[in-house]
Design a protein around this ligand. Sequence first.
Ligand code: AMP
Length: 428
Amino acid sequence: MMVPSLTFQDLKLSKPLLQAVQEMGYSAPTPIQKKAIPLILGGNDVLCIAQTGTGKTAAYLLPLLMKLNYATGTHPRALVLAPSKELVIQIAANLETLSAHTDLRYACLYGGIGPTQQIEAIKKGVDILVATPGRLLDLHHREVLYLRSIKHLVLDEADRLLDMGFSAQLGAIFELLPGKRQHLLCSATMSAKVEKMAEEFLEFPEKAITTPQATPVDTVQQQCYHVPNAATKANLLALLLADSVCFHKVIVFARTRKAAEKVTHFLQRKVEGEVRVMHANKGQNARINALNAFKEGTVRILVATDVAARGIDVIQVSHVINFEVPSLPEEYVHRIGRTGRATHTGAAITLASEAELFYLKKVEKLMRQKVPVVPLPAGLVVTATSFEEQQTILRAIDWQRQKEDPSYQGAFHKKKRFIIKKRHSKHK
Ligand code: AMP
């Protein structure tokens, strides 16, 4: 369906907001902004489904700022909940620029640093809180937060909030809020959990949906290499990244912290340009510094785990490389959403071992499109797979077959039973 060509003026934004939007260089509202802004201004509960990088943050912040209008009292009137510190910081950066010509006050609440500054900010009086659920509850327990004044609640990246096991914390937070409030639920994917949450918490919601479920942004060119083992994946990564002109701003995703560290050490030895790592075990400052250096361009390659990279908004990421296929298909969509943001193009490259093709199939099913497989480049050193790694791969494939077909006995289990039997017979 065609969305009429509305301008920001048509959306009836106030002068200070129009000025901010102009200063941000936004010439026209994005499709999700065209759909969501009028619905939110109308006071409805809104379920907002849009791909990452499509201007979703401004789609809810602009009408929220309109509704709050100017600084009032000391207690917060709007609460934005997000699943990670990085996303909180990023939302706040949007808030800072979009509210630049208003007197509205906001505070960011997240863990990993002491609460003193955050408590001081709250005490000075705030209109908007942007918070992770844990730190919000922590500060409430310290009796420094009054939440009965909240009139608007936004759950940003609701799918992630639900995936990451925040649901008990969310329940506790809802108990602290007044009954009458506007809810905005934002998500990149319309998962069953999001749907259930929308049913439970939204009242006669309006829907602002701009894309079919989990379709990756059109500006991202995807491809996949079938790679036999981790050592060859590392060789391929180094070979690709040797082209620092084409691969000028790259995020490499690894599934675990350990893998992220290993890949980082390898790349630091093998490729040009600075390589930094971002995972949940890194201190808050190290993570923010790595991200800022990557944004500024002093760091060419950022190696990250999913948790650390959630919602990161960096303009002109040239490539996202999946060192492993994520086991949750939604995660793939989030990862590749880091490139091709707004109007830029980008590429997503996935390195998949035989055991990971199972997860790739799930990704393709969710996206309703195939990820093209490309042949391994000439000049790649293909390392022989060690016996241990081969066993791990076979075991994983065996487990996948069993999962898909419960009647399948499983070669490994059979063998194990056989060994146990043999041992028993020895003892007899
Ligand atoms: P988001 O989906 O909120 O993470 O936004 C992705 C990127 O799009 C951010 O860098 C925003 O600053 C940018 N953006 C948001 N709205 C617009 C717009 N109307 N025109 C151009 N860029 C935008």
